[in-house]
Design a protein around this ligand. Sequence first.
Ligand code: 8YV
Length: 328
Amino acid sequence: MPGKKLSVVVTRRLPEPVETRMKELFDVTLRESDEPMTREALAAAMQGADVIVPTITDQIDAALLAQAGERLKLIANYGAGVDNIDVATARQRGILVSNTPGVLTDDTADMTLALMLSVVRRIPEGMRIAQGESWEGWSPTANLGARLGGRRLGILGMGRIGQAVAQRARAFGMQIHYNNRKRLRPEVENPLEATYWESLDQMVARMDVVSVNCPHTPSTFHLLNARRLKLMKPNAVIVNTSRGEVIDENALTRALRAGELGGAGLDVFERGHAINPRLKALPNVILLPHMGSATIEGRIEMGEKVLINVKTFADGHRPPDLVVPGLM
Ligand code: 8YV
């Protein structure tokens, strides 16, 4: 393939500098609309292109992969999580998958702390009061929240983002605990000496705040289910900047409505942007429209990662951020 300009289809509008560089390097088809591609348009793109660059809003499942053309050899995901792609089926069909790890770690961890602080310090409520007409001035007993310092944070999934959350939370004086597929190597991976819990049940039962930072895979689906939510302290807070599917959203809504949890800060939802209306109506939750990686810098760096993966592939080499099936 070296020397030949690859035919690349990008499914969403990307930051302008990324699109400009794409045009210089490849025979690229870019979107004019901000809308996600329809499934039909995606299928058509996959029939004619060498490379497609999808995002979380494209479900590339086995049925779609079965319609892919002979030419399609790389799916260069614009995003770190690849739960939108059936990576194992792609691999069986000889199609590589790459992603954009690392560049959205800090932004997502920042947003995790922002959500934590917003919930426990009641920031949206305070905004509504200050912006409204009814505020009668400062009072020693009004708008009291909780202090993060000294509280126990349980991180569910201690990968790059989980570790970045731990660092930040430590700076706020929190005690760090985690549950992960494997225990981190002390000093190398765990300089903060976070406490490892092999049992998620035991960890969630003791935490003041639980932060979801694991990817969505078949084994993490509904890890926080009704039974585990019931184990949590009644004033505990849940924060999720990873994937909605890790929490049973209906069970979470029921627990919050019943006063069995203190609150929640959610950037992601189980059914994409179709948020449970009962969750929207609750006063002790903060909901964001999947903004974890939404910084100008981060979104450009994600595009640069995609460019490197596609360019390396075009030059006949293995893309540096190849996703190996089963490892995510
Ligand atoms: C991205 C994300 O914006 O990269 C991820 O896994 O969750 C987001 O922050 C989105 O997935 C882009 O496709």
